[in-house]
Design a protein around this ligand. Sequence first.
Ligand SMILES: NC(=O)c1ccc[n+]([C@@H]2O[C@H](COP(=O)([O-])OP(=O)(O)OC[C@H]3O[C@@H](n4cnc5c(N)ncnc54)[C@H](OP(=O)(O)O)[C@@H]3O)[C@@H](O)[C@H]2O)c1
Length: 359
Amino acid sequence: MEEVESREWYLAAYAAEGVPTSDHLKLRTVTLSLSPDSIPEQHVILEILFISVEPYLRGRITGREDGLYSPQFNLDEVIAGFGVGRVIRSKDSNYVEGDIVVSAFTSFAEYCVVPSQFVARRIDPNNGIPLPEYISSIAVTGLSRSSNQRVPGFAAWVGIELLADPKPGSNVFISAAAGAVGMCAGQLAKLRGCRVIGSTGSDEKVRLIKEEFGYDDAFNYHTETNFDAALSKYFPNGIDVYLDNVGGEMLEAALNHVNKHAKVPLCGMISGYNKVWTEREGVRNLLNLIGKEVNMQGFMVGSYVHRFGEFATEMESHLKQGKIGYSKLKIFHGIETFLESLGSLFTSSNVGKVVIQVK
Ligand SMILES: NC(=O)c1ccc[n+]([C@@H]2O[C@H](COP(=O)([O-])OP(=O)(O)OC[C@H]3O[C@@H](n4cnc5c(N)ncnc54)[C@H](OP(=O)(O)O)[C@@H]3O)[C@@H](O)[C@H]2O)c1
C-alpha cells in the first residue's frame, strides 16, 4: 500500500459567533503518500483511532484573538487536537508500525503525518485501560509533559487542589459538573472532605454525578432557572469554592453567595464562547469580591506543567485504590461526526467527555 485516502476537516471560514456550521468547517478527501521517501525524518504516519473534542477548539476558529486562549487556525488549515492512533509508517527509530500512541497533535482526519516530538507515548493496548481514557479526564498513566495540557483531569486538579485548596467541610460549587473537567473536579473535592454541589444541564446528568461521581447534590440549570434562588437553597452556609466552567449568569449568581475569603478559580466560560464579547452576559456584582476578600483567578493548565508529575502520581494512586472512577464518555462514531460532536459541547445533549472514534 503506497498511498491511502483520508478524509480531513479543515477551516473554510471563521465563525465569529454562533455554533460553527458546515459553512465554516468542511470535510475533504486527500491522498496521503505512504512511500518512505515522502515521510520526513522524525515523523510518523498515524491511522487515527480516537480524537478528543474540546471547547477550546471553538476559540481557535473565531478569526480574532479576543481572550479565548489558543491561537487561531489559518484558513484552509486542517483542524488538529489530541488523539490516539496506530503507527502505520515510521521515520523515527522510537516507533514501529503497529504501535498505539497518544499524540498531542492529531488532525481531525482518518490518517495524518505527525512530527514524533508530538507523540506523547506508546500505549500497551492490553493493559486494561480503554484507549479513549488516554484523551479523557482521568487516566493519565505515563502521559508525558507534551500532552498534559489536554488532559481535562489536570485542569480539574489545578483548579481544586492547587488554586482552591479547600479544607474538609468546605462548601464547593462546580458548574458544567458532568463534563470532562467537572466530573473529575467533584471527585477531587469529595476526597478533600468537602460538601460538593454541581450544576448541569439535564436530570440524567444530575443523577449521574450524584450516583456515580459522589456529588452531595446537584441541580439542572435548565429547570431551576433562578440561579440565585437555587444557590440559596443548595448553599445555606454560603460558597467557599466555586470552580467556574461556564461564566455569565451562573458566575454572577455564585458571586452573590460567596463566603469571606472564598476562592473562585476560573477554568472556562463556555456560555460565552459562541458570542462576541459585547453580547456576553456581564457580571454586575464584582463588588462582592472586595468586602468578602474573595480570590478569583483565571488559570491555564499549560502554566502548571511543572506540577504534572505530581498530578499523574496522585491520580494513578486514586484510580488504583478505586477512589476515583474512570470517566464517562460520549463517543461519536466516524470522522464525519466532528461538526456534530463539536456542536454538542454547546448543548446539554451529551453525557461525559466527548470523543470521536474514528476507526
Ligand atoms: N483553563 C484551562 O486550562 C482549561 C482546560 C480544559 C477545559 N477548560 C474549560 O473547562 C470547561 C469545561 O470543559 P470540558 O472539556 O470539561 O467540557 P465539557 O464540560 O465536557 O463540555 C461542555 C459542557 O458545557 C455545558 N454547557 C454548554 N453550553 C453551556 C452554557 N451556555 N451554559 C452552561 N453550560 C453550558 C454542557 O453541559 P451541561 O449539560 O452542564 O449544560 C456541555 O456538555 C470549558 O469552559 C473549557 O473551556 C479550561
